[in-house]
Every structure is written in C-alpha cells, then in structure tokens.
Design a protein around this ligand. Structure first.
Ligand code: ASP
Ligand code: MG
Length: 427
C-alpha cells in the first residue's frame, strides 16, 4: 500500500486534476491519496476569516470568489453536471450559515472551523472526478478518524486514539483507492482542527505510519528536493537521495519543499519518502530514506525569511544557562512560538523566530517582568549545510550579519534584509 500526496499547486485547476487522475491510474498498488485545498484557497479562506472576525461584510464577497473558483473547476471537469456540484453547494451553504449565526470565539478556534473547508471542497471534486474516470475511490472524512487535541491551528495528533480508527477507515476491504484531506483533523467532540500551514505532507506521513505503508510520494511542482530554492539561487541542483536526518535538518532550517514534521512518522517506521514532479512523473525525483547517502557531499543552502532576532537578558544579571533557560523556553512554548535558532552567552540569549507579530508581541510582554528583551525585525536566517568557504561567501558577501553560528556540519547567519531596522526594546 502506498500514500500519494498532492498539494495545492497540483490541484489548482481542471488540468491539474486531470493530471492527478492520470498519475493515480498508473499506480497498480493499493493507494491512499491525500489532497490539499485547491491552489491558494487556504490563503483566501484566511482573508474570509479576517474580514468576518473584524465585522467586515466583505467576507461574503471573498467567499463568493472562492465559490466561483470551485464551481468553475467543477464545471470544467463535469460539463454535463455531477453530484459534486450539489455537495459543494451544501458545504458552502453550511459555512455561510455558520458565519451568519455563530458567536465569534477565539481566533485559532474559528480559524480551524472556517479554513478546514478548503480541503473538504477539493477532495469532493477530486474524488468525483476520479470516479468519473473509472476509479472506484472511497472518500474519507479525515476529521472523524485523525483525532487531535484542541490546540487549534497547530493541533497535536492523538496517536493511540487515532490509529485504530484510521486502520478501520482505510481497511482496503471493499476499495483499493481512498482519497482524503491533508492538513485537517478533528477533536473527540467533533470540532475541526488544523495541523499547521502546509501540513498536508504531515498528514500523508501520519497515515503512512499508521497503515504501515510501503512508501509515500509527495507530488510537487519542482523536480525534487534541490540544494537551494531555485528562485533564490538559480543554479540549484537536485539531491538524488538523502537520509531522514539530512531531510529533517534542511526542512527545519527552512527548505520549503516538504513540511519538517513529515519526516519523524516515516523515520519511525522506516518508510521511504519520494518527492517527485507532477509535471514530469517519470523522473526519479528525490528519495528520502534510512540508508541514503549524499552521493557527493554538496553544500545545501537554506533561507528562512521573515524572521525576528530577540535578545533576552535577565534583569538581575543572573546566568542565563541555568534555571532561566527552561523558564524562557517555557514562555515560548506557552505562546506557541517555535524557535529556529538559539545562541547563549553568560547573561543573554539570542533567539530567532518567525515574525508572527501578535504572538511575538505578547511573548515580549510576558518576558518583561524578569527580563529585558530587544529585537531586530526585518532579518532572515541563512543556513549552509556541508559548508565550504566558497559556499559561505556566496550568500554572505555584502550582507550585514547580526549573528553567526557554526557547528561541524552547518553554519547559520542571521542577516538584515533591505533597509536596516533599528534595534528595539520591547518596552
Ligand atoms: N492547504 C493547506 C495550506 O495551504 C495545507 C497544505 O497545503 O499542505 O497550508
Ligand atoms: Mg497549500
């Protein structure tokens, strides 16, 4: 049994879905297909949510645009009508009714109730199209079997509770092809949750783990994992084969092709991950597996944009490395802020995090009693794995560096972007 995952870019229009149908029809093995929302639907739903929460009636226009997009894809795929249309209409009607009547709860909770619809709509249309193409595919509502806690927008999987449910939902007794949603899950009381942006890869890995899949293939609009983002360094080269360790390091550092959380569930069951091009499905792509070696060790360049560098100093001048360290990180965890880099000295610690403004602001406010905190925004985090002097020069020449950190295998730089921003105190 294999798991195939198709992201938003591969299902952004009718041709993408026809291509998906062609790829899955070529697979003789039993299959679980995981699909994301169409194109940029998740971003569009985030706009609906923002307007609605802000009391701005324009949310209805945003929603109408999303509806037209889905209706036009369905119209192209089913020129003489199909039950997908009715199902989509009902689901949009439910969401509209929810937005009209619901009390507005906390942002993260409402986010999940609204934004999770994108994956429901995409999978309804794709599964109807696969059926029309002659594939006996079973649509599964993943919210009923992939159970999570209620940490909305970044929900944790309840592994024990979910695995039995997942195994019976995908039991391959009556069907050999299943199709389901990436990115979303459900709480025990039946509320929708999401697993974090771009989380569909993670869903594919979780299902593969629970179902003991032979492999996972993530179909992308790039030929595989490259040693840099080609939009940044155009001469980027494809990595043929890399280990789980290598993959988790480069995705955690900011390589965007696959979600960093994807690797652990696969590593734990020794399931290989293929990253392949849906434009050119016969090409080999990249294989991530246990015994892989980087054939020639070449530098891998990673850029993580939109970062903030925070410096934290205990007010009483105590050493940062003792009790302070765990207290500071507990505050980061409480605020749901993921740390991308840490560098500590005697009485100060530098931490680089994603620039998620409201969260970072409340973190700084919380630190204020015991610590002085300063930050630089407008910075990015550059990493080079398997660095050489030339590789470092290539990305740092002419850049203003705020921090440099070297280990045996990786060097990281926090550098300014564009116009220098001044150092700010959180107070
Ligand atoms: N649709 C979600 C997103 O855009 C999940 C995913 O694409 O993996 O973040
Ligand atoms: Mg997406």
């Amino acid at each position: 049994m294999k798991v195939y995952k198709f992201g938003g870019a591969s299902v952004k229009d009718a041709n993408g879905i026809r291509n998906l149908a062609k790829i899955v029809s070529g697979e003789k093995d039993k299959l679980v297909i995981v699909v994301s929302a169409f194109g940029k639907t998740t971003n569009a739903l985030e706009r609906v949510l923002k307007a609605w929460l802000g009391g701005d009636k324009s949310y209805r226009d945003h929603l109408d645009d999303i509806y037209s997009y889905h209706a036009s894809v369905a119209g192209e795929l089913f020129p003489s009508g199909n039950s997908a249309k009715g199902k989509i209409d009902n689901s949009f009607a439910d969401l509209r009714a929810y937005l009209l009547s619901s009390e507005k709860s906390a942002y993260d909770y409402e986010y999940d109730q609204v934004v999770s619809h994108g994956e429901i709509w995409s999978t309804i249309i794709v599964s109807e199209f696969l059926r029309k193409s002659g594939l006996d595919v079973k649509w599964v509502d993943i919210r009923k079997c992939l159970l999570t806690d209620d940490r909305h927008r970044d929900a944790n999987i309840l592994w024990e509770e979910s695995s039995g449910l997942v195994r019976s939902a995908f039991d391959f007794r009556k069907h050999s092809v299943y199709l389901t949603q990436g990115f979303i899950g459900g709480t025990v009381p039946g509320r929708s949750t999401t697993l974090g942006r771009e989380g569909s890869d993670y869903t594919a890995a979780i299902l593969a783990n629970m179902l003991d899949a032979e492999s996972v293939t993530v179909w992308k609009d790039v030929p595989g994992l490259l040693n840099a983002d080609p939009k940044w360094l155009p001469d980027a080269i494809k990595l043929e084969e890399i280990s789980y360790k290598e993959a988790v390091e480069i995705t955690f550092s900011g390589a965007k092709v696959i979600h960093p959380k994807t690797i652990k569930p696969l590593h734990n069951k020794n399931i290989p991950l293929h990253v392949k091009s849906f434009i050119d499905p016969d090409q080999t792509g990249t294989i991530i597996k246990a015994d892989a070696t980087l054939k020639t060790i070449m530098p891998v360049f990673i850029r993580k944009e939109k970062q903030i560098l925070i410096s934290i100093l205990p007010n009483d001048f105590s050493f940062v490395m003792g009790d302070n360290l765990s207290r500071i990180f507990q505050i980061f965890i409480t605020h749901g802020i993921k740390v991308n880099l840490v560098e500590a000295s005697a009485v100060s610690i530098d931490v680089c995090v994603d620039d998620e403004r409201p969260k970072v602001e409340s973190l700084l406010a919380d630190l204020e009693n015991e610590y002085s905190a300063f930050y630089n925004d407008n910075v990015e985090l550059l990493s080079v794995r398997h660095y050489t002097p030339e590789a470092i020069d290539r990305i740092t020449t002419g850049r203003e560096m705020l921090l440099e950190q070297r280990t045996r295998s990786t060097v990281r730089f926090v550098v300014r972007v564009g116009i220098a921003s001044s150092l700010r105190s959180s107070q």
